[in-house]
Design a protein around this ligand. Structure first.
Ligand SMILES: Cc1cc2nc3c(=O)[nH]c(=O)nc-3n(C[C@H](O)[C@H](O)[C@H](O)COP(=O)(O)OP(=O)(O)OC[C@H]3O[C@@H](n4cnc5c(N)ncnc54)[C@H](O)[C@@H]3O)c2cc1C
Length: 293
């Protein structure tokens, strides 16, 4: 690994100025679980590492009735998983974080690093998209806010400008009644998801009044199932409706094929996982099981 200088800014603006000063020759580091692997494999060889760890503003979790949940990007997956605040307000987010990777990665990797690396085989992006979360970015002397859809651009590509840092993840107060994030791994020995599906629904008496359905780990960036959402709106969700909604969702996704699995296999699993999630969310009993895992 190339030798590098380790810089430790104590404010966001100081870090942004370092990004401007060192440009392509530097990288920010949070937990380092993704970056150090890339450096060891010589995919990246920065001369300067800008460590974000001493910027206090990037830590912490809080909730405001008007604006919702604030998550500092340096929050570890394990902290998201065990936060009582997150567990109370957004149980699907805490549950998702509890299943990311393995204990070592959960105790070192941050939610901000996860989003900024933009690896498709990850869990928080789809979950945060279903929760309608937004990302706050700060550059030299300016700040802007983007939806997760706007932030995640392509494989390993975000909307971050060269001088920008993610300083906050915001989740608006829940306007839905329940939600689930479910991931499917090809084998129990794997850490990363083959597919995941995140769904939030507003329901009354078994009728779906609205839904946000997002498929992750299957396309370069998570994909909203808008036709599935429209299909569900206003319907009493039975086993047949859940199955049809899942079929629509799986048909509309163009899944990637990679070393984790073929596109067709992913499509089948998207259908299975989303059907079961909908059955679960609407407490649908005795549903037909037409695909064996
Ligand atoms: C063995 C293994 C298994 C894994 N399994 C899963 C899994 O099942 N599900 C899953 O979701 N993920 C999984 N991951 C990915 C893991 O979640 C990420 O590696 C981790 O969250 C990255 O966070 P970090 O703090 O370590 O980021 P770092 O490695 O420090 O940084 C990653 C990138 O983000 C940039 N960055 C970091 N913070 C900021 C910021 N605030 N603003 C701007 N840029 C920033 C860095 O410059 C760098 O380019 C796995 C990783 C490993 C190694």
């Amino acid at each position: 690994m190339r030798e590098f200088e380790y810089l430790e800014p104590t404010s966001v603006q100081e870090a942004c100025k370092m990004l401007v000063d060192h440009q392509d020759d530097c990288r920010m580091i949070a937990g380092g679980t993704a970056l150090m692997l890339a450096m060891r494999q010589r995919m990246l060889s920065p001369a300067y590492l800008i460590a974000l760890g001493k910027i206090r503003k990037l830590r912490g979790v809080s909730y405001d009735e008007k604006f919702g949940l604030h998550i500092g990007p340096l929050t570890l997956h394990a902290e998201v998983a065990r936060s009582k605040l997150i567990g109370d307000k957004f149980p699907m987010l805490a549950e998702m974080a509890a299943h990311v990777a393995n204990p070592q990665v959960r105790n070192q990797g941050t939610i901000g690093g996860n989003l900024c690396y933009a690896d498709p085989a990850t869990d928080p992006p789809s979950c945060l998209m279903a929760l309608d979360a937004r990302v706050v970015l700060e550059g030299v002397g300016r700040q802007r806010e983007l939806s997760i859809e706007e932030f995640l651009v392509d494989y390993y590509t975000t909307a971050l400008e060269p001088d920008e840092i993610v300083t906050e993840i915001r989740v608006p107060p829940a306007s839905f009644t329940s939600g689930r994030h479910v991931r499917f791994l090809r084998t129990a020995a794997e850490h990363r998801p083959l597919v995941n599906v995140a769904i939030t629904v507003t329901q009354a008496g078994g009728v779906c009044q609205g839904a946000r359905v997002v498929v992750g780990a299957s396309t370069p960036v998570p994909t909203r199932g808008r036709r599935c959402e429209t299909f569900l709106a206003g319907k009493r969700v039975t086993a047949d409706v859940a199955a049809e909604a899942a079929h629509i969702l799986a048909s509309d996704i163009e899944p990637i094929s990679d070393m984790r699995g073929a596109g067709d296999y992913r499509r089948k699993m998207i259908e299975v996982v989303s059907r079961r999630s909908l059955q679960d969310l609407f407490d649908v009993q005795n549903a037909a099981e037409d695909v064996t895992l």
